[in-house]
Write a protein that binds this ligand. Sequence first.
Ligand code: PEP
Ligand code: MG
Length: 546
Amino acid sequence: MAMITLRGIPASPGVAIGPAWLYHKAELAAYEEQSRLTAEAERRRFDDAVEQARSQLDLLYDKTVQEAGEAAAQIFDIHKMMMEDLDYLESVEDNITSQLYTAEHAVACTGQEFAEMFAAMEDEVMQARSADIRDITQRLLQVLTGGQSQTLERSSVVCAHDLFPSDTMQLERGLIMAFVTELGSHVSHSAILARTMGIPAVVGVSGLAEALAGAAGAIVVDGSQGLVILNPDQQTLAEYTARREAYLQERMGLDAYRDRPSRTRDGLELEICANIAYVTDADNAAAVNADGVGLMRSEFLYMNADRAPDEQTQFAAYRAVLEKLSGKRIVVRTLDIGADKVPSWLPLPPEENPAMGWRAVRMCLDHQDMFRTQLRALLRASYYGRLAIMFPMIGDLGQLRRAKALLEECRRELEKEQVPMAEKIEVGMMVEIPSAAILADQFAPEVDFFSIGTNDLTQYTLAADRLNDKVADLFDSAHPAVLRLIQHTAQAAAAHGIWCGICGESAGNEELLPFYIKAGIGELSVVPGKVLELRRALSHIDSSSL
Ligand code: PEP
Ligand code: MG
């Protein structure tokens, strides 16, 4: 049989060679459209199906937390929220009541209508919700018709027209060699899950099913290049077997850096820390032996909650992270909500320019009850490890002083309540607004550290919206203007004897590493998956020759 090479979108790196296994969504038993029961009986069937789907989603959530972490599992919470959305439920019920449809047909019609509505939206994130609606609809139909999902029985390359996160998570993790799908984009949830779980994946491969029908034997998946090769000849097989070996060697080589110190070839030590969002992310940070947590984005803990988190809930989360990484410094950033991060429990009025609007510390200083709750929780947790507290979006000294004064008030309150706290808690600020970088010498005497948020610093310095694709080419964290601000900030920190780190995405830019070292940056905080690569890159640099 002739060798066929299909091209798709590289969604998760790595090479796999194995038998293809074509995944079909559960076969749905045929159902009638017009009900023979009463509307009330159909509504009851629908309510029962929602209840059952809810328990399935809870189970999938727990499985995903175990296998891919809490961040990845959030998608199933979102599914639950979407399924329980009043508009969705009312639309199904209305289809039953007014048309006397069966629950199946009512769900299918609503699902179709909502999926089309999301797909027609301009925003890419909203468009992606269309797949989630189809996923929920499929789940409800499967429950209603009693359809069964396929199970994977031997190690295979999982091929499918489309894979929803719930399909992905239903399969036995240890048997999945790679994923290949006809649909999907780099940012689809299944692609993100594949990357999180370290499984090679290629998405957007058109003509896959047709090509597979004429293929036999093992197929090759190159997740780094976005290639799928069917009926590979001997030479191709040998080439990819070698590539796969090299890739695995490279991963294993990286593992060697787990227990090595973060230092340059000539012995200059830096801290390479992890950015985390959820409590279980601390396990990923521990798995790569990160030197600490340079940024815990506390707002993510509560984005999907249905009400503002109380002091006890927050205390438990911070304490858990401190205990998971005991002895290491954990920098928790106070709530950075607003702009693109709006929790459902805090409906905010729309703003013309949210990135420059009422957000983060600006909002916390206006919502002091909410701010105090977090500060008290942090102070209480400080007793259980090495906590540092960081304020986001500081733009002027007055804000910093007010935030610190509030922290001090909370500390005195807790002392009166005889609550144990750490004696020393470092207090620092994000440098992510150009005014803070420019006046870094005025801020430095008032904090224990700076952490440069290059995502926002770049956006504000270059007036290039970090979320807008159309100006993506202008958003350059290596722009000389941004680098000059970094250098200026690090110099001010050094002059006042405080440490200065970077926690924006560009902390992981290996090409900038020599510049950061020369500028005197002492800490870099990156996603846990990048820690070892950065540590290895650091070990190849000779700082004395910079
Ligand atoms: C930054 O702005 O660089 C940063 C780290 O914060 P966030 O990405 O959460 O805004
Ligand atoms: Mg920021």
